[in-house]
Design a protein around this ligand. Sequence first.
Ligand code: GDP
Length: 425
Amino acid sequence: MVQAIVGANWGDEGKGKVTDVLAARSDVVVRFQGGANAGHTIINDYGKFALHLLPSGVFHPDVINVIGPGVALNIEALLRELDGLTERGVPAPQIRISDRCQVLMPYHVDFDRFEEERLGKQSFGSTKSGIAPFYSDKFAKTGIQVCQLYDEPLLRERLEIALVKKNCLLEHLYHKPTLKVDDLVAWLRPLAEKIRPMVCDTSRLLMDADAAGKTILLEGQLGTLRDPDHGIYPYTTSSSPLAGYGCIGAGIAPTSLKDIYCVTKAYSSAVGAGPFVCRLSGDTADELRRRGGDAGEFGATTGRPRDVGWFDAVATRYGVRMQGATEVVLTNLDVLGYLDEIPVCVAYETADGERITDFPATPVLMGCKPVYEMLPGWKCDIRGIRDYAQLPENCRRYVDFIEKQIGAPIRMVSNGPKREEILNR
Ligand code: GDP
């Protein structure tokens, strides 16, 4: 059976924690897209961890953790993350890397930075970890697959093809030093050897596991609104964070996917550039940002302060539908306990004064303002409650209201950052 865990919004919905909970019940956990550009926060018995590339099953020694072909593999970052776990007492996890996965090269990171510098104020809020240049190369067919690392003549040929264009851009557009095939091969050789024991045909592994009745969890990074096709283009990422893509990026038949857990926060948060209709400012924003998450709303990978706002039902309804959510997990509900009244954005007003409830394409979205409905707060700390029925009435009403607004069943509610702080509804 295949399950997916994905985000409904802009990322940082709290997927890491929920994945950690679900990973404990899974046999295989798979990363299917993205790279080390975003991060999950996981707090468990070993401490607090920000995972960037590693699947969230790494804390469970019996779980097989797969880096699927859809991932942007930064080998150095992966090895650093693995060392970081073992240094802190986590037993060595089982990792498998797809032989079809492509390698994120140092020049991808450079090009990301050079391009953001060139664009200046018009930049797209990249984390500068090389993701956009990596996926551009993949689809331009000038990328390097992991399997090609073990055939040096082929690797050299691939790099020579790639470097012709790169060096032209480096010299004439960015005015930077050019690259040499020899340097890159020398850099890749030891890294390739280090990951060699982990490399295999992971699609075969997944299909066999599925056929044997094992539970496979596909773990998405970011959320619907960062999808290159369905998100807030061009303020998106460069690979699809949708469950539908999960099967492709992992290497499993779409018909195997049964449960889609879609995670959303009890309020909104986003990091990076682009329109964010519910963006708050001033003291209201500072207070929500300070109280949010486990240590304030700051990016797990970049440390950048996140923009925050009230729950956006327009964006989340769209986000949940695009994911095909079979159930929704509502996280960070405890954060809202300080409020007398809680605004929820139920519609947008466009620049032309029209009231809309469908999430629009970017040019219209740019001019939208939120239309709020006020709900009564519950004015107490709900952390420590272990039974959904014990939540204050206004808190349960808030969950009911959101469920009705987004049109998908909320089956789990998270009331604190720790693994056990999750309530079944
Ligand atoms: P992800 O990328 O979707 O995994 O999201 P992150 O882990 O980066 O961000 C979610 C933040 O919320 C992290 O700081 C988590 O520790 C925290 N978190 C997750 N669930 C809860 C919750 O229910 N309550 C609180 N207070 N924090 C939570």
